[in-house]
Design a protein around this ligand. Structure first.
Ligand code: DC
Length: 221
């Protein structure tokens, strides 16, 4: 048996934190697909691969192995713990561009479906409700006002003792929103049958509880 909760939304909409809370409360596996795109971006940066050279990116794809350890909450790329590295600004800056390459998407979509196989999962990203699991049991689209999303990301980074300017975080989100919504494959969009939740004025627990009640209702049949 497999029950799929698919959550999409832009950067800073709260989907990462909310997916984690839901997965913990319901004992589901949480799969953060953004982390997987970040691993590919990190690999390309570390190996000095020209990001405008699609064929070089494609040639390198088979060398990239990604594992998510759900219990330890760690992300591994080629057996190295990259949990913190993939959140750094240099990766955030290029990840959307990397995620626009069709072959990158095909590789990761395949991996995401394999990771979810036979399990109860909460999977979050940009194309989970539309491409990865268009027949998911539950489809949620989370959104929030741009400045609120940027403020959340800024606080998250500052809390990790990282020195960063709010304007830089805001600009990165503006650029990523544009790239994520306009890319040819796997663009961020709202599935027709998704429940849209605006989290601008809601706290994390309120949103998580709302989604959990939707899931429980569906599970009861
Ligand atoms: O959720 P995040 O900010 O960690 O995602 C990083 C980038 O990866 C984001 O800019 C878009 C891309 N992404 C994607 O294209 N498809 C997904 N399913 C998840 C993320």
């Amino acid at each position: 048996m497999s029950f799929i909760v698919a959550i999409d939304g832009p950067a800073g909409s709260g989907k990462g934190t909310i997916a984690q809370i839901i997965a913990n409360k319901l004992n589901f596996t949480n799969i953060d697909t953004g982390a997987m795109y970040r691993c590919v971006a990190l690999y390309l940066l570390e190996n000095n691969i020209e990001l405008n050279n699609e064929s070089e990116i494609i040639n390198n794809l088979e060398k990239i192995n990604i594992n998510i350890d759900e219990n330890e909450k760690k992300v591994y790329m080629n057996d190295k713990d990259v949990t913190d590295k993939i959140r750094k600004p240099d990766v955030s800056k290029v990840v959307s561009q990397v995620s626009s390459v069709k072959e990158v998407r095909l590789k990761l979509i395949d991996l995401q479906r394999k990771m979810a196989s036979g399990k109860n999962v909460v999977m979050e990203g940009r194309d989970i409700t539309t491409v990865v699991f268009p027949n998911a049991d539950i489809k949620i689209y989370l959104d929030a006002r741009l400045d609120v999303r940027a403020r959340r990301r800024y606080i998250e980074i500052v809390e990790k003792n990282k020195d960063i300017k709010y304007e830089d975080v805001l600009n990165n989100i503006i650029i990523r929103d544009k790239n994520d919504k306009e890319k040819e494959f796997g663009a961020l969009k709202i599935a027709n049958d998704a429940t849209v939740i605006d989290t601008t004025y809601l706290n994390i627990e309120q949103v998580a509880d709302k989604i959990i009640s939707i899931i429980k209702m569906k599970m009861k049949g």
